[in-house]
Design a binder for this molecule. Structure first.
Ligand code: HEC
Length: 127
């Protein structure tokens, strides 16, 4: 009997803690951060491949970045309508992606630094 009571109390407390934790975690939309972290990963992969002069090893990184750029304005700025400056940063970022993607491998690493700068330009104002 004592075990049964302990088990029930344990289940109840567990359920309470789980719902509280879920509520706290849900309060903020995880999508913007997730999107950004995946972009960071892709940029890192592309840069590593370019540094080894083996851009073809990560030929999809650039197209994935271009795809994700299309989602920035959907994901951010959190809950607000993107303003003109934000849109401009997204546009500059997109241009930098296409430019880097079209750059031959020996110069790719440099173009990816410009791309990284386009990330930082937006972060300076909006992060
Ligand atoms: C047009 C604006 C914009 C561009 C371009 C942009 N970011 Fe962000 N980034 C943001 C904003 C806004 C946040 C803050 C998001 C938040 O805290 O919810 C952010 C946050 C981040 C974070 C932190 C996420 C976390 O877990 O807290 C990383 C990493 C990041 N960006 C990487 C990048 C990389 C890499 C690029 C370029 C390949 C990039 N971003 C391009 C606006 C931008």
């Amino acid at each position: 009997m004592r075990y049964l009571v302990c088990l029930l109390v344990g289940l109840l407390v567990g359920a309470l803690v789980a719902t509280t934790a879920a509520n706290i975690l849900n309060r903020r939309d995880p999508y913007p951060k997730a999107l950004m972290n995946v972009m960071k990963h892709e940029l890192g992969m592309a840069s590593a491949a370019a540094d080894r002069l083996q851009c073809e090893e990560d030929r999809y990184a650039m197209s994935k970045l271009a795809m994700m750029a299309g989602d920035i304005e959907i994901a951010m700025p959190a809950g607000q309508k993107p303003d003109r400056v934000f849109k401009q940063y997204v546009e500059n970022f997109r241009k930098a992606i296409y430019k880097a993607g079209d750059t031959p491998c020996p110069q790719r690493a440099e173009a990816l630094i410009e791309l990284k700068n386009a990330c930082d330009d937006c972060h300076r104002d909006y992060r």
